[in-house]
Design a protein around this ligand. Structure first.
Ligand SMILES: *Cc1c(COP(=O)(O)O)cnc(C)c1O
Length: 459
């Protein structure tokens, strides 16, 4: 492996947090008590935490300094103004509605933009996004290109929308029955796969013809911009900021979880181009989040997010992030461990179908693999497969996604390359005795977003 391809951390460490490793016997006890659900393990019992990159980021000295400048006035906080200015500058949206995190923005958007019975096409789904769409009477339709469902296929821009699928849906259902197109950059559940600028432009042209709006899930947009710079013709010499601005010029607005590419621990927003929609969102935010000038965030949180958004546009930052994730992926690939290819923006996804071919999908192979990886090494990961996909709202049957994966998600600016080596060793060791991984069955299954709190036992 050519280590020179991977630049060292573009930061030095000013504050540290001690972690401890408990014994394998203790971990066996912990996972049983957690019902084989890695979401239910105490943080203190985890050695390297790759559960999620959501809100687990390390903030910079400048962001912490910003925290001290929180203006905690109930209305008209100066930090809101700073965040609003930053969103205008970075994304080009005139109107900002802050929310406590991404799903708060998804709730508002679904409420103002979906009429019951309307279709909401999207490039694969995200758990909370689809929940809010469906809870507001929308019918989600997956219009991502077919290749996105093929875990082993290594091609660029696997997150693209299939324009034929979109055109066919508009023809069949009529433009008036489409609420809007939901375009996620990058596509989390497809493995953090990016969308090309060409595709965004084409989606804009097609929807414009039919008077359909396009809203982005901007949560991972900086990662997406890096892939465009690296792999799409004509963008090599453009800055990350220029690319981000162009991406959003093809949309009518966006929901954003600041906990990802905003490099903060909490926060999010809905950004809009249309004043009427903005006024509707502003009326609702008071009910669900808080005053329109804080929307569930403190002043200091808004300040940290404003600073984080600007930092995320720095090339060295995002290059290190993407390449650190790729480094882990390359190590696993070299050892023959089946992963989703190409490696996406925020995580390496183990392909649990090929990792545990002895388990049926109804035996929750990815859930079992995540539990076993924890026992093996103290590394915490997350299931992204049949358990996360939930049940069909009408038939009650399990959704059976083609992708049955375990996500090793890398928090921003938290771990070093040496940590990635340890994670790779743990996965490779487990792969050597993968036949020992037993299937699981539910002992408790919540109705909504079941993966968060479900409990299992070994079959
Ligand atoms: C995390 C995430 C969300 C939801 O954001 P929260 O801040 O967790 O509510 C939405 N979309 C994508 C792609 C995400 O990764």
């Amino acid at each position: 492996m050519d280590i020179s391809k991977y630049p060292a951390e573009p930061f030095r460490i000013k504050s540290v947090e001690t972690v401890k490793m408990i014994s394998k016997e203790e971990r066996e006890k912990v996972i049983k008590e957690a019902g084989y659900n890695t979401f239910l393990i105490d943080s203190e019992d985890v050695y390297i935490d790759l559960l999620t990159d959501s809100g687990t980021n390390a903030m910079s000295d400048k962001q912490w300094a910003g925290m001290m400048q929180g203006d905690e006035a109930y209305a008209g906080s100066k930090n809101f103004k700073h965040l609003e200015e930053t969103v205008r500058e970075v994304f080009g949206f005139p109107y900002l509605v802050p929310t406590h995190q991404g799903r708060g923005a998804e709730n508002l958007l679904s409420k103002i933009a979906i009429k019951p019975g309307q279709y909401v096409p999207g490039n694969m789904y995200f758990t909370t996004t689809r929940y809010h769409q469906e809870a507001n009477g929308g019918i989600f339709v997956d219009i991502i290109r077919d290749e996105a469902h093929d875990a082993g296929l290594d091609i660029p821009f696997k997150g693209d929308i299939d324009l034929n699928k979109l055109e066919k849906l508009i023809e069949e259902k009529g433009a008036e029955n489409i609420a809007y197109v939901c375009l996620a950059v990058t596509v989390n559940l497809a493995g953090g796969q990016p969308v090309s600028m060409a595709n965004m432009k084409a989606v804009r042209e097609l929807t414009k013809k039919h008077g359909i709006k396009v809203f982005y899930d901007a949560t991972r947009c900086v990662e997406n911009a890096y892939f465009i710079k690296e792999q799409e013709e004509g963008y090599k010499d453009k800055s990350i900021q220029e690319i981000v601005k162009e991406m959003f010029s093809y949309s009518d607005g966006a929901t954003m979880s600041g906990k990802k590419d905003g490099i903060v621990n909490i926060g999010g927003f809905l950004a809009l181009r249309d004043e009427d929609l903005f006024l509707e969102a502003k009326e609702l935010v008071v009910v669900f989040e808080g005053m329109p000038s804080y929307g569930g965030m403190t002043g200091r949180d808004m300040e940290a997010l404003a600073i984080g958004l600007k930092e995320s546009m720095q090339f060295e930052y995002i290059q290190h992030r993407i390449l650190q994730v790729r480094y882990l992926g390359e190590k696993l690939k070299e050892a023959g461990v089946p992963i989703i290819e190409p490696v996406g923006g925020h995580a390496v996804f183990l392909d649990a179908r090929r990792f545990c071919p002895h388990l049926d999908q109804e035996e929750f192979p990815a859930q079992a693999l995540a539990a076993n990886l924890y026992v093996e090494s103290g590394v915490r990961s997350m299931e992204r497969g049949i358990v996360s996909a939930g049940r069909d709202i009408n038939t009650g049957e399990n959704h059976k996604p083609k992708l049955e994966t375990v996500r090793l998600t890398i928090p921003r600016r938290v771990y070093t390359y040496r940590h990635m080596d340890l994670v790779a060793d743990a996965v490779i060791n487990l792969y050597k005795h993968k036949e020992d991984i037993k299937g699981l069955r539910f002992v408790y299954e919540p109705k909504q977003l079941r993966f968060f709190t479900a409990r299992f036992e070994e079959i």
